[in-house]
Design a protein around this ligand. Structure first.
Ligand SMILES: C[S@@+](CC[C@H](N)C(=O)[O-])C[C@H]1O[C@@H](n2cnc3c(N)ncnc32)[C@H](O)[C@@H]1O
Length: 285
């Protein structure tokens, strides 16, 4: 989620697990975490620190407007969250009485949700949300709402996977149902001519930057940290995507744009918007 320009698209520098040291450790090629590879970039060490009460994304100011918006879109029907994670949005939405199902590939993230009030009951299917079908009490075709927040669409690093994600959302929707996505507008205007990186953090011990490859529309968020004389580096890949390309993906999936806002409170989307909340619907009949 965007904290400021530049954006942050994944676990922040405080959230990253220990990684192979760059300096100062004779065993520096050995990762120190027990993260399971199948959990992707959200393994146990990230999941353990993901819910940060000091992070604005977990404050009621960020969560409540999103939940208000999604509750209204669900219109009394069941909702499906792609990349449900630790239930930051799914749990408060479920507490409002909306039946929520989640899909996520990280068992570690879902285990954190299980520890929270209501988290044990929320049905989750483990798998890739670009292709995985919900297998809980509600089935594909039942959902009035599918949603994907916090830039998680960008975790799909190919156009093919992003298109598949739209098709998977459409396959889960009942006629008239909606697919809502919250995602950043690419920050390319922050690139100085001839440069490919946008700094996110510069301090005596920590540096973070996004790197853009405009020829391939790929980017990465990169984190370097020195702690106790040890250096660590982590890079997380993303695919940035423009609103117009998303509309085309929606069209390929048989969906059409209903609304595009800058945020969950229905703020106007314009040239200065750093993110958008877009809603596509599955036509009736
Ligand atoms: C930034 S977190 C967002 C979690 C939650 N939606 C929130 O708003 O706090 C991204 C989540 O998406 C999951 N994820 C990323 N790529 C995925 C994929 N291709 N299929 C399933 N889950 C994925 C991660 O495991 C992680 O739980």
């Amino acid at each position: 989620m965007r904290r400021a320009r530049g954006a942050q698209y994944g676990p922040g520098v405080d959230d990253i697990p220990d990684v192979p040291a760059l300096t100062g450790n004779p065993d520096s090629t050995t990762p120190t975490t027990p993260d399971a590879p199948e959990d992707g970039y959200f393994g146990a060490s990230v999941a353990a620190r993901y819910d940060d009460p000091d992070d604005g994304m977990f404050s009621p100011c960020a969560v409540v407007p999103a939940v208000d918006f999604l509750e209204e879109l669900a219109a009394g029907g069941p909702a499906l969250e792609f990349g449900v994670g630790t239930g930051r949005i799914a749990l408060p939405l479920a507490h409002r009485g909306v039946p929520v199902h989640g899909i996520d590939l990280s068992r570690a993230m879902v285990e954190r949700m299980r520890e929270k009030e209501g988290g044990a009951e929320l049905p989750v299917t483990i798998g890739d949300f670009a292709t995985t079908r919900a297998d809980g009490p509600y089935k594909p075709g039942d959902f009035t709402l599918v949603y994907l927040v916090f830039n998680t669409l960008m975790n799909l690093t190919t156009q093919e996977a992003q298109v598949a994600c739209f098709r998977n959302a459409a396959a889960h929707l009942a006629p008239g149902g909606t697919f809502a996505v919250e995602v950043a507008v690419p920050d390319l205007r922050l690139l100085a001519p001839g440069q490919e990186a946008v700094p996110m953090e510069i301090s005596a011990t920590r540096w973070a930057f996004d790197r853009y490859e405009v020829a391939t529309q790929s980017m990465s968020s990169n984190y370097i940290e020195v702690e106790g004389g040890r250096g660590s580096y982590r890079s997380i890949p993303f695919r940035y995507v423009w609103p117009a390309e998303l509309d085309l993906m929606a069209q390929l999936a048989g969906l059409r744009l209903r609304d595009r806002w800058e945020g969950w409170r229905g703020e106007r989307f314009d040239d200065c918007s750093g993110r958008h909340v877009s809603v596509w619907e599955r036509p009736r009949g």
